[in-house]
Write a new protein. Structure first.
Length: 104
């Protein structure tokens, strides 16, 4: 996803739908929360798709971070998803707003 002039870095959006790759991503996330958050663990057990949004360091201080969060919000709303942000906080979307589920 490009939002800068041609020489600017793009936001990279990855989508995993193949069972083995989704399972690998879920296992990595589950290892971090299994002992403390039943809500997230339950949600992960029902997950069928994982989306990752990758930014460059320069995009942490410009429109890139806003765009990444808005893409994540849109996708989470569409798929009843959870978001894990850069601070390892898990967020749900309720009535269009980010709602913390767990901080790890």
């Amino acid at each position: 996803m490009r939002y800068l002039p041609q020489d600017g870095r793009s936001l990279l959006v990855h989508r995993w739908i193949e069972h083995g790759l989704v399972a690998e991503e879920i296992e990595e996330a589950r290892d971090r929360v299994a002992e403390v958050s039943r809500t997230i663990t339950q949600h992960l057990s029902e997950t069928r798709e994982v989306v990752g949004i990758k930014r460059g360091v320069s995009q942490l201080h410009d429109f890139g971070v806003i765009l990444a969060y808005e893409v994540a919000r849109y996708l989470a709303q569409r798929g009843d998803g959870l978001i894990r942000n850069d601070q390892h906080q898990w967020l749900a979307i309720e009535k269009g707003a980010f709602v913390p589920v767990w901080q790890g």
